[in-house]
Design a protein around this ligand. Structure first.
Ligand code: CA
Ligand code: CA
Length: 301
């Protein structure tokens, strides 16, 4: 299997980056990642003074996928997601909805042992739910930093980007240039205070190219759901986008009428907040597959 070690990291998704590896469509690739602090505060007793912010939120890559062209969609199956032995939780006055509550205080850092799917929070056993915070391809224009989520993916911090899920990203440059990082052993919906349990790890991703799909934003699929993930400078803006994108996806890709698609969203669509802590917010719209398929079948009969 192709492997990209974490010696190959990026801090911005850029069309000008040299590929770390090349894959054929249909191949599996292993990505080895750092935590979002690039391991700089893992050592007991270290503080954020030991963390050089220039190296924040590294993503491993980029992977060049042969044959991927602008207008295509990159299909990414998350076949395996493993996280490291120690996760970092920290809280302070620098970001998130509790910024004022913690203003002026020294950040508190906790290093939590993660073993066999369990997180040890001060003696309390918390079941892990590993997820990928940053996953994206290169945009067509200027480079976009790894802290920012947009239509290329990036720092979406969506808890549904987990093992077993399949993510679809719009390709904007030849080769797509896929990079991955910022894993969390667990993260609450909204990532409200500052972070998830920030952790290094390994992901095995199967990449494929779907030609000219006409979808220009991230779509996610799991066993039960179709999901659109949208960004915005406000939650309102991100929510509006997530709903419209799902509506267009249901009409154009799933073949539903506008009335069915709208009513499906009203009956069974779940609008969820991914995160409110990044430079752009992310919101997702989830719909149950069974109802989409039931509407398709009824229309076919
Ligand atoms: Ca993140
Ligand atoms: Ca993170």
């Amino acid at each position: 299997m192709i492997k990209i070690t974490r010696d190959h990291v990026i801090y911005a998704f850029s069309r000008w980056d040299k590929p770390a590896a090349f894959a054929e469509p249909g191949q599996c690739v292993e990505f080895e990642t750092y935590d979002c602090y690039q391991g700089m505060v893992l050592k007991e007793g270290s503080t954020f003074r030991d963390f050089d912010r220039r190296f924040g939120n590294p993503a491993t890559g980029p992977l060049y996928i042969k044959g991927a062209m602008p207008g295509d969609t990159l299909k990414i199956e998350i076949q395996k997601l493993e996280v490291g032995p120690v996760g970092i939780l920290d809280i302070g006055g620098s970001s998130g909805a509790l910024k004022e509550a913690f203003a002026g205080r020294e950040p508190v850092i906790r290093r939590l042992s993660v073993k066999s799917g369990r997180i040890d929070y001060d003696g309390i056993d918390v079941p892990a739910k590993p997820m990928i915070g940053v996953i994206g391809v290169a945009p067509s224009g200027e480079p976009v930093g790894t802290l920012i989520p947009m239509n290329h993916g990036g720092n979406m911090d969506c808890t549904r980007i987990e093992e077993g899920a399949t993510l679809y990203l719009p390709v904007s440059v030849e080769g797509a240039l896929l990079s991955v990082g910022d894993f969390h052993a667990i993260m609450g919906e909204g990532e409200v205070a500052n972070c998830g349990v920030e952790i290094e790890g390994r992901a095995v991703l199967k990449v494929d190219v779907l030609p000219q799909t006409g979808i220009s934003w991230p779509v996610l699929e799991n066993e039960r759901q179709w999901i659109t993930i949208a960004y915005g400078s406000s939650l309102d803006e991100a929510a509006q986008r997530a709903v419209e994108q799902m509506f267009y996806f249901l009409c154009r890709k799933m073949g539903l009428s506008e009335t069915d698609a709208g009513m499906l969203l009203d009956m069974a669509g779940d609008l969820m907040i991914c995160q409110i802590v990044n430079p752009q917010k992310t919101v997702r719209m989830e719909v149950p597959k069974w109802l989409v398929y039931a509407m398709q079948e009824r229309n076919a009969s």
